[in-house]
Design a protein around this ligand. Structure first.
Ligand SMILES: Cc1cc2nc3c(=O)[nH]c(=O)nc-3n(C[C@H](O)[C@H](O)[C@H](O)COP(=O)(O)OP(=O)(O)OC[C@H]3O[C@@H](n4cnc5c(N)ncnc54)[C@H](O)[C@@H]3O)c2cc1C
Length: 381
């Protein structure tokens, strides 16, 4: 599949499957299995996988365009997809000897959804420092862990899980493992009832003495941290920025529709015709949204042609995108007034969904801490 076909397929699914169900799924906190059933068979699960396992070998440009198209219709589904692509990239980058070929083929065939289970109750948003530790015996390792938020919890076919290595000496000496759905000891540890992204099943999960074979160990002992930074972080930050962009585009479109259709009958004008202040607000929203799109294009260029400034761009993009999404959706709430507040339109869902980006790790605050250190030439960890 080529870039254009992948993006137009994502848009078609967003219009046909995601948009009509987004409001109800948000209200009920319901995971969209329909979205997964549409995205997988359309060939979108393996877009970045190599052709030899059935993937489309496409790059970050296609990934970002798909994510923003999905987020425009339903940010919860976009986040599920983003986590799946990050997990898939980690599985594809597995060390020699890991038995992942079948999983990758299943992903490319659209039959396998994966996700990341990094954050732990003990180390909270510091996902790079798991407090759980794997214990090794002759059969492999055993892991007990309290994972605090796992997108697609209970819905995914596999989980990319972090834990400290059996012989770890420092807080970042982690290892990544692939744990299949149904593994003994793996369970959902609570409900997901978030403020936003309510339809993405980000529940806590418990691992109780889960046995993992050596073939399901994705990285060498202690190499999990490098995989998190080199494989996951660039894609996750790009994808998070793309989710924010989709949310912003939907907020601009929803606000424009409202300002054109809602009327002051006593004045014989629409809101937009009547009030310059509303026109100024939607103009600022448009400027910020297009600015975010340009920032994402710049990040993609840096990922396609890595250079000295790439790490900084990776860090900046998610921090900036979180702020822009909150600002644009806040402006939309204000411009659409009581109609938005009374939930007559999708704006309030976008406003709630927009707030997830800034608190998902690496959080906007943590990114600022890293960026500040990088600018001052200090080590990040
Ligand atoms: C919708 C959703 C989906 C998620 N999905 C996943 C998933 O699929 N997989 C996964 O592994 N995790 C997932 N998470 C977890 C997420 O990545 C974070 O770990 C989690 O949101 C952190 O919340 P906390 O209360 O533990 O934050 P805390 O760590 O308690 O942070 C509290 C505050 O302190 C700030 N802070 C923390 N450290 C620093 C620092 N060093 N410098 C400056 N400020 C700092 C934070 O920015 C925040 O404002 C998800 C979270 C959400 C909300």
């Amino acid at each position: 599949m080529k870039h254009e076909a992948a993006v137009s397929s994502a848009k078609e699914i967003a219009d046909r499957v995601l948009a009509p169900a987004a409001r109800e799924n948000d209200k009920e906190g319901r995971f969209s299995s329909e979205a997964i059933k549409a995205l997988g068979p359309a060939g979108l699960f393996g877009i970045m996988l190599p052709a030899d396992v059935g993937g489309s070998a496409l790059g970050p440009r296609t990934f970002a365009a798909i994510v923003s198209a999905l987020a425009e219709a339903d940010a919860s589904v976009a986040m599920v997809y983003l986590m799946h692509v990050c997990a898939t990239a980690t599985i594809a980058a597995a060390r020699n000897g890991a038995a992942v070929a079948t999983t990758l083929q299943e992903i490319a065939a659209g039959r396998h959804l994966s996700t990341l289970a990094f954050s732990e109750a003990g180390s909270r948003s510091h996902f790079w420092a798991p407090v759980s530790r794997a214990r090794r015996n002759a059969a492999g390792v055993h892991i007990s862990a309290k994972k605090s938020f796992v997108t697609s919890a209970g819905q995914a076919d596999s989980y990319v899980v972090s834990a400290l290595s059996p012989q770890s000496t420092g807080p970042t000496d982690s290892t990544l493992y692939l744990i299949a759905r149904g593994t003994r000891g793996l369970s959902i540890a609570g409900a997901w009832d978030g403020l936003g992204l309510r339809a993405n099943a980000s529940a806590p999960m418990t691992l109780e003495d889960c046995e993992v074979s050596p073939e399901s160990q994705l990285t060498d002992d202690g190499a999990g941290f490098q995989a998190m930074l080199q494989v996951v972080l660039p894609l996750f930050n790009l994808g998070s920025a793309a989710v924010a962009l989709g949310i912003c585009r939907a907020a601009v479109a929803g606000t424009a529709t409202h300002l054109k259709s809602a009327r002051f009958e006593h004045l014989g004008q629409s809101l937009g015709e009547s009030l310059p202040t509303l026109r100024a607000q939607i103009a600022t929203m448009q400027i910020d949204t297009d600015g975010l799109a340009a920032r994402i294009d710049d990040l993609i260029d840096h990922l396609e042609r890595p250079r000295d400034t790439t790490v900084l761009r990776v860090l900046e993009s998610k921090a900036a995108a979180g702020d822009v999404a909150i600002a644009v959706t806040s402006a939309a709430m204000r411009a659409c007034g009581g109609a938005a507040f009374a939930k007559h339109m999708a704006i309030e869902r976008l406003f709630r969904d927009a707030h997830a980006g800034a608190v998902m790790a690496p959080t906007g605050d943590v990114l600022r801490e890293f960026i500040g250190k990088a600018v001052l030439g200090m080590p990040l960890f």
